[in-house]
Unconditional design. Structure first.
Length: 266
């Protein structure tokens, strides 16, 4: 591939902003934001994180399910155009760029245009949710496998058998599934997952108003009905059983285990 000389001095950084809280940003990500000439940022990135790019042109290119969004092709074109004018370009993504962040599409577009690109990882929502509820997603003799899935598909995309991946794993993290809780539960039950399998839905992970709803797979549709339409992730697996049992023993007026959050039994 022939690369234009002026572009070889330019780098596009695909940077993970983490699950929301600005202080979960990596040091490398913070330094790149401070040095950036232009930043294209997602809708869910915290304003304080975006503000670190104080000397940069800041352009929102957010995507939200069910809301007007910037098409991915338009984002790709904007990154390529920016590379002809700027040296340090940051594409700031919620969570980790490589976990349901459509990073590969941007990587491929940049490579095809002869533009150097690097990825800076971020804390993905599943790991932050496990940390906040105090449950390790892996555990000796209980969980030796974790799968990240989403039932969400784009227009003209073929559906995948995500449910089989969940059933085969010891612990599962379901992204972008809160609005489809009834369908998620039905698909997993149809594949033989036990109705009593512990489930937790965590909203606004790492934010002060974070919240967790605990229940079982059979009750997942009721969790979905209480969903506040905030960003949420669903965790499923036996690693949650002890914490679910502890929560069920709490008096109704007991403080919620999530500090500054709320817990709702189902």
């Amino acid at each position: 591939m022939i690369r234009s000389p002026h572009r070889m001095t330019t780098t596009v950084y695909l940077v993970g902003a983490g699950p929301g809280a600005p202080d979960l940003l990596t040091l490398r990500a913070a330094r790149l934001l401070e040095a950036a000439d232009i930043v294209f940022y997602d809708a869910l990135v915290h304003p304080e994180t975006v503000a670190l790019a104080s000397r940069a042109v800041r352009i929102p290119v957010g995507k939200r399910h069910g809301r007007p969004s910037t098409p991915q092709a338009a984002i790709n074109r904007a990154l390529i155009r920016a590379a002809s004018r700027h040296r340090t370009i940051v594409r700031l993504k919620g969570g980790d760029p490589m976990i349901f962040g459509r990073a590969q599409e941007e990587i491929d577009a940049l490579h095809a245009a002869g533009i150097r690109c690097e990825v800076v990882p971020g804390v993905t929502a599943a790991l932050a949710a496990g940390a906040e509820i105090g449950v390790s997603l892996t555990r000796r003799a209980v969980s030796r496998s974790v799968t990240f899935v989403t039932p969400s598909v784009g227009d003209r995309e073929a559906r995948t058998d995500w449910a089989s991946a969940v059933v085969a794993a010891d612990t599962a993290a379901i992204y972008m599934g809160a609005g489809e809780a009834e369908r998620v539960a039905a698909a997993l039950l149809a594949r033989g997952m036990a109705p009593a399998t512990p489930v937790v839905m965590v909203e606004n992970v790492s934010h002060p108003d974070r919240a967790a709803q605990w229940g079982t797979l059979a009750g997942l549709p009721r969790l979905g009905a209480r969903w506040s339409h905030a960003p949420a992730i669903i965790l499923i697996g036996q690693v949650l059983q002890e914490t679910l049992d502890e929560f069920r023993r709490l008096p109704a007026a007991a403080p919620a285990p999530l500090q500054a959050g709320r817990l709702v039994p189902v």
